[in-house]
Write a protein that binds this ligand. Structure first.
Ligand SMILES: Cc1cc2nc3c(=O)[nH]c(=O)nc-3n(C[C@H](O)[C@H](O)[C@H](O)COP(=O)(O)OP(=O)(O)OC[C@H]3O[C@@H](n4cnc5c(N)ncnc54)[C@H](O)[C@@H]3O)c2cc1C
Length: 505
């Protein structure tokens, strides 16, 4: 981030009981790189906040711009190590270089060798390791039990909060982990490799609910709800209704404003609401001015226990069965005026923008699921099951399928991380943001998840079909990818519309 004074601000992270900063080799070697006396020694400040529960601590470093000059000799390998991820950590610079046709901007961009699209920042890499460990140690032993019981384990929800996974992007001042969007996606993907149900709980909470508060909430709403969302209260995002699914803005839930203007009354029903059984905080879309059509839609914060608000039927589902999906009823629920999110009549804009982001989360869930299914199966065919005197995975007919499946997973991951970086950089096509990338990533990842998890069952024969392992569950869980946060047809419609805008005369 370039500050008003023209200084460049970096974050350095390290993992588990850091020995920094007092005897830091980074600190010791920072000064010698100031060969030019006009360049001040870097200012290094340990973060005031305690280590996050993820044991990733942050150190902020301010460097004067000449440090970034390509000719500036800085022998310090640690510094180069920190500087290299800059295009990804602070990608706005890169986006600007792509969009601005000035020679200097182009030169800045080409100073860096582009990395593979899957390359992660150090923070993301550390998070990935910690989430993978947590998923395998704490979640995996309970996956089958939760699926059979169609119930999310309360202990796991508590641990998700303790691990800092429920406030990945929430600023530290509100009790969150203050990481980037990429980190959130990495966490969702890693969780889905083990359990897509836990993954979607984290996904909806972070990419939809937290993001709404962070992006559109007043300071009062942020101060009241973000600390709770980061540490103890699950959130739900409530848009769909019995009569409005793909046509989401045909919603019938109504909001009326009191004469004094001090409150709103909400009446109606929501359907298919993820996390509803665990949630305390609900973002509810209701139409305040039906005569204005979708332009009357506004967003409100409701809390469990408000008079007239009931969480009704929990759906019995094909897949992601541990994830709760419920019907909600609002019978003249009175909410204080300060619980309006943003402005009256702008709810549809918020929903569109947030769901674009949410789709990348679902793409991550589906990519993680595909990887989880793939890995489960190949461990079996390449290490355990023998037929005709050899491991079944050694038959060329199997090897080719495995190679094809992995290629498709990699392609899905490429689309996913391209969408992540496009979102973080603000987009590469003027006015389009990351809509196309998000739609393509979700569409393709859900197709790959369905295909690979289906094949993974076949590769294991009867053992893939029974409920002893997790393969049949991955396949059941994969179906939802083509349905929620916009069906596959809706993604195709979005992509086609954008292509038409680009090519149709
Ligand atoms: C497990 C689960 C969890 C969910 N979680 C949430 C949540 O937390 N919050 C929330 O608000 N909603 C949630 N949803 C709702 C979800 O977003 C909707 O189910 C989805 O948008 C599709 O709506 P629908 O089910 O009414 O299908 P419909 O809209 O009735 O679609 C039926 C079929 O028609 C096709 N179709 C519809 N319109 C078009 C078109 N214009 N062109 C081509 N084909 C079309 C669809 O692609 C689909 O194949 C969840 C749903 C499920 C199943």
């Amino acid at each position: 981030m370039i500050s008003a004074r023209g200084w460049v601000h970096f974050s350095i992270t390290w993992h588990l009981r850091p020995r920094l900063p007092s005897a830091s080799p980074f600190l010791c070697s920072a000064s010698p790189c100031s060969h030019d006396s006009r360049i001040p020694t870097p200012v290094i400040q340990p973060s005031a906040a305690p280590s996050s529960p993820l044991h990733i601590s942050t150190l902020t470093l301010d460097l004067h711009p000449p440090f970034l000059h390509p000719q500036q000799p800085h022998k310090m390998s640690t510094l180069r190590h920190v500087l290299r991820p800059v295009p990804r950590l602070r990608p706005t610079t890169v986006a600007a270089a792509r969009l601005t046709p000035s020679i200097s901007a182009r030169r800045n961009y080409t100073e860096f060798t582009p990395s593979p699209i899957f390359a992660l920042t150090e923070t993301e890499e550390l998070l990935k390791e910690s989430v993978a460990r947590f998923a395998n140690d704490a979640i995996l032993p309970k996956v089958r039990e939760m699926d059979e019981a169609e119930q999310m384990d309360k202990g796991i929800v508590s641990q998700l909060f303790e691990q800092g996974l429920m406030g990945v992007e929430i600023p530290e001042k509100y009790g969150g982990s203050e990481m980037n969007f990429g980190a959130c996606i990495v966490a969702i993907e890693e969780l889905a490799r083990v359990d897509p149900s836990v993954s979607v709980l984290v996904d909806v909470h972070n990419t939809l609910v937290n993001t709404v508060f962070k992006t559109y909430g007043s300071e009062a709403l942020k101060s009241k709800y973000l600390p709770r969302l980061a540490t103890e209260s699950v959130g739900s995002f409530c848009l769909s209704e019995p009569a409005s699914g793909s046509d989401a803005f045909a919603l019938k839930t109504r909001a009326t404003k009191s004469q004094s203007g001090g409150s709103y009354t909400i009446s109606g029903q929501k359907m298919w609401i993820t996390n509803a059984a665990e949630a305390d905080i609900f973002i509810v879309f209701a139409n305040l001015a039906p005569e204005r059509g979708y332009k009357g839609i506004s967003a409100f914060v409701l809390e469990k226990g408000m008079p007239g608000f009931s969480i009704a039927k929990k759906e019995k589902k094909l897949g992601i069965r541990a994830s709760s999906t419920c019907m909600l009823t609002f019978d003249d629920v009175e909410v204080p005026a300060e619980n309006l999110i943003g402005k009256e009549g702008e709810g549809y804009k918020y929903a569109i923008s947030i769901l674009n982001e949410g789709r990348i989360g679902i793409a991550a869930q589906m990519t993680g699921l595909a990887l989880g299914a793939f890995e489960t199966a190949i461990k079996y065919v390449w290490n355990e099951r023998r037929q005709f005197g050899q491991l079944v995975g050694d038959f060329q007919g199997m090897q080719f399928q495995i190679a094809q499946a992995r290629t498709e997973i990699e392609a899905a991951r490429a689309l996913l991380y391209n969408a992540v970086r496009t979102k973080e950089t603000g987009g590469v096509r003027a006015g389009e943001g990351f809509v196309r990338e998000a739609a393509m990533a979700k569409l393709y990842a859900s197709q790959v998840a369905g295909k690979v998890s289906g094949l993974a069952i076949e590769w294991q024969g009867g053992m893939g079909f029974v409920r002893e392992g997790l393969s049949e569950k991955f396949w059941r869980d994969s179906k939802i990818g083509a349905i929620y946060e916009g069906t596959s047809n809706i993604q195709l419609q979005t992509i086609a519309k954008l292509l038409q805008q680009e090519y149709k005369k």
